[in-house]
Design a protein around this ligand. Structure first.
Ligand code: NDP
Length: 444
């Protein structure tokens, strides 16, 4: 077992080195390009093996069907504030609910989508259903834990099926963006905003089944510990609470998502879909599993340190993402945290209007965004460390999420940097000079 973990650690270290070089040099080393494809094949391959070896029980199938149908119904019918999304690069032909407005600066018509944010209400209703259902004896609180392997596989098979349907839908879509390689098209997807009726599948899938599922899986594992020990240990509680806060926060400011890369740039294919549905709820709960099998308690001072690390990461993560989002909505005020703003215009870098940058978008070089170009990623990484801390430092496995996030964010950084360099041209070089640090102020 130990040798297996060490071998996995070497592979992870190699991948991270490749990504680090890619970010540092601006272009990927050729051996990394091969590795990148192998990683993709490894993910899809292990998901296919999972589909073959894990069971598909009728009970788990019913749970997934009811849960998913409820999620879609809540998304479609619950009331919620509607937000206008950012301008789209071009008018989507396959979507009926697309809106237009006149760009005040250029006088040109631009197209956008609306995002109805009713996720917080859906989250509350689903949690209430879980707690009330368990309390009145409709099911046990350990329902998910009891059916875990089969549930994982149902969601896995479901994700493959949906990705295939998306791929086929994309073949006939006028909005298709293709890399002329069927495997890459399946992996990355071919449509930016696939819709059916009023359902924006990417926006829905980004959070509803996966993020809420993540919290429910944690609660169910904590319930299993309660059954085993007669109480829930503090580290188990901390993991559940940390993850709950992260997800609650997502829904509290749900509209912030429409200005992020996933919504503006990422197409909807296997990578995002499988990640949202399978990877997030079933893998992000790894610390809860560890604590179920190896329960423990620590001195209060260690727990206090753990909580402090969590809130520090949270401050960076929420502060930076909130600041950029509010800046995009109103570039004339410098926002700090949850609605607080200092009464001065932030320092910005005005970019030139070009075909690729028709709005001449301003870049923020003040506040969190004056410290490093992806200070928000640093926040996420510190959060990831705080989520491993309840398991102490006995194995790499409980920091698997941290290493995964490091890989994902370095990869994202490289792709985002390439996208912005193309969009902003020489202005991007000036931005990199104005904010020289990539991730960690004064270090990297
Ligand atoms: P960003 O929110 O940083 O979005 C990048 C885009 O923002 C760029 O393409 C650019 O778009 C714009 N931008 C970049 N710098 C500036 C600036 N200085 N001023 C104005 N606009 C700027 O990245 P992501 O969407 O990738 O991440 C959002 C959050 O989600 C992060 O905190 C990340 O860690 C987290 N995340 C979490 C995951 C998880 O599984 N837990 C997975 C992925 C992300 P443009 O100029 O074209 O508008």
């Amino acid at each position: 077992m130990k040798t297996g973990i060490d071998a996995a650690a070497v592979v992870v270290a190699t991948v991270l080195l490749g990504l680090f070089l890619r970010v540092k040099q601006g272009s990927p080393p050729s051996w990394y390009l091969v590795l990148e494809k192998l990683i993709g094949i490894g993910f899809v391959g292990s998901a296919l093996v999972t589909a073959l070896i894990l069971p598909l029980s009728a009970t788990a199938g019913k749970i997934w069907f009811l849960y998913y149908t409820l999620q879609v119904a809540l998304y479609a019918f619950l009331p919620g504030k509607s937000y206008d999304g950012l301008a789209l690069a071009k008018k989507p032909e396959a979507i009926s609910c697309v809106y237009d407005r006149k760009n005040e600066k250029t006088g040109k018509v631009e197209y956008f989508l609306k995002y109805r944010c009713n996720g917080l209400l859906a989250f509350v209703i689903i949690l209430a259903t879980y707690f009330i259902g368990g309390y009145v004896g409709l099911f046990e609180y350990t329902l998910i834990y009891d059916n875990f392997a089969s549930l994982l596989n149902w969601v896995n098979v479901f994700s493959f099926t949906c990705s295939l349907l998306l791929y086929i839908k994309g073949l006939f879509s006028p909005d298709r963006i293709t890399r002329n390689n069927p495997i890459e098209d399946f992996w990355y997807g071919t449509e930016l905003n696939p819709h059916t009726w009023i359902i924006d599948w990417k926006f829905f899938s980004e959070s509803r089944p996966g993020l809420i599922g993540w919290v429910l899986v944690n609660f169910s594992i904590a319930a299993a510990q309660y059954k085993q020990l007669g109480y829930i240990t503090t580290p188990m509680l901390l993991v559940s609470i940390f993850h709950f806060i992260y997800v609650f926060d997502y829904f509290w400011v749900e509209s912030y998502i429409y200005s992020t890369w996933d919504i503006t740039d990422e197409r909807f294919g296997w990578m995002l879909l499988w990640g949202d549905y399978v990877w997030v709820p079933f893998y992000y709960t790894i610390q809860s599993w560890y604590l179920l099998y190896l329960p423990r308690d620590y001195h209060w001072s260690y727990n206090a340190l753990n909580i402090a690390v969590f809130f520090f990461g949270y401050l960076l993560f929420r502060g930076a993402n909130g600041q950029k989002h509010n800046f995009k909505e109103n570039p004339n005020k410098l926002w700090w945290f949850w609605g607080c703003h200092v009464n001065k215009a932030p320092k910005t870098l005005q970019t030139t209007v070009t075909e690729k940058n028709p709005r001449g978008t301003k870049l923020l070089i003040d506040g969190w965004w004056g410290m490093a170009r992806h200070i928000n990623y640093l926040g996420d990484l510190i959060l990831a460390i705080s989520w491993g801390m309840p398991c102490a430092f006995e194995t790499y496995i409980t920091y698997g999420y941290f290493f995964f996030m490091l890989g994902l964010l370095l990869h994202r950084f490289a792709r985002d940097d390439a996208k912005c360099a193309e969009k902003y041209g020489k202005d991007w070089d000036s931005y990199c000079k104005a904010v020289p640090y990539k991730l960690i102020p004064f270090v990297f």
